[in-house]
Write a protein that binds this ligand. Structure first.
Ligand code: ADP
Ligand code: NI
Length: 228
């Protein structure tokens, strides 16, 4: 009988842990109605794997962070930013992931969120950059538009109000408190993301999605003014 090499055990183990994590997150986020549902996570996971394919990164960390990044978002945890990393750590300890990986995944989840136009959010590691790009790509394009209005509806925001000007938030606190309308969110965040991508692959994918949002906004304002 062949001895089981250390590598094949590790491979098996990481594959099993990723599959179990996907099941756990799926059960927890299925049916969520504000755009942070399991399908969002699944898209981020796939995009992270795609972006990671051309980067020299620890894909175990990338996949775990992509899967767990929205497990307990501050937006739904009463503004508590430590809820996400805490929930992720609890799960990863339960499936016996090593401490170094847990710390890295939790750091990514802590740093990943957009915190306002004027706030620099730099990821500390390649793995973090990949997951942040994958998450941000899902805020762009047709899906990004759908998610923005889903989230706006969930919060009770207006679609648009020409009397309220977009604000480029200088601090995370201002951004968190913001009660703007959903069209303003495009100017406060979504249109800024293309130029803030960390990796060349994500920058390329972002181009088309960015252009699509600009077309959408042009059409929106044309219709807003009234039919010609
Ligand atoms: P992240 O934390 O990944 O930077 P968020 O969780 O803040 O992103 O946003 C998730 C989705 O909800 C995105 O598609 C984003 O555009 C949308 N969203 C967040 N805040 C608002 C808002 N104030 N109005 C409309 N959509 C929003
Ligand atoms: Ni997300």
């Amino acid at each position: 009988m062949e001895p089981i090499s250390h590598n094949s055990t590790a491979l098996n183990n990481t594959t099993t842990i990723i599959a179990a994590t996907a099941e756990y997150v799926k059960a927890k986020l299925s049916g969520e109605g504000s755009g942070h549902d399991w399908f969002h996570v699944e898209r981020v996971w796939k995009n992270a794997v795609r972006i990671g394919a051309t980067e020299n990164a620890d894909m175990f960390v990338v996949e775990l962070a992509a899967l767990l990044h929205d497990i307990a978002d501050w937006k739904f945890a009463g503004g508590d930013e430590s809820a996400g990393p805490r929930a992720a750590r609890e799960w990863l300890e339960r499936v016996h992931v090593d401490e170094q990986t847990i710390a890295h995944v939790c750091e990514i989840i802590r740093d990943i969120s957009f915190k306002g136009a004027g706030v620099t959010t730099s990821m500390k590691t390649k793995e973090g950059m990949i997951v942040q790009d994958a998450d941000r790509l899902d805020a762009l394009g047709a899906i990004g538009i759908a998610r923005a209005f889903a989230y706006g509806g969930h919060k009770g925001s207006e679609l648009y109000n020409p009397q309220v000007k977009p604000e480029l938030h200088a601090s995370f606190d201002d951004y968190k408190k913001s009660r703007g309308n959903t069209i303003n969110h495009f100017y406060e965040k979504l249109l800024l993301l293309r130029d803030r991508m960390n990796t060349p692959t994500a920058r390329r994918i972002a181009e088309e999605r960015h252009a699509f949002m600009e077309t959408f906004l042009q059409q929106f304002f044309k219709e807003w003014k009234g039919a010609e």
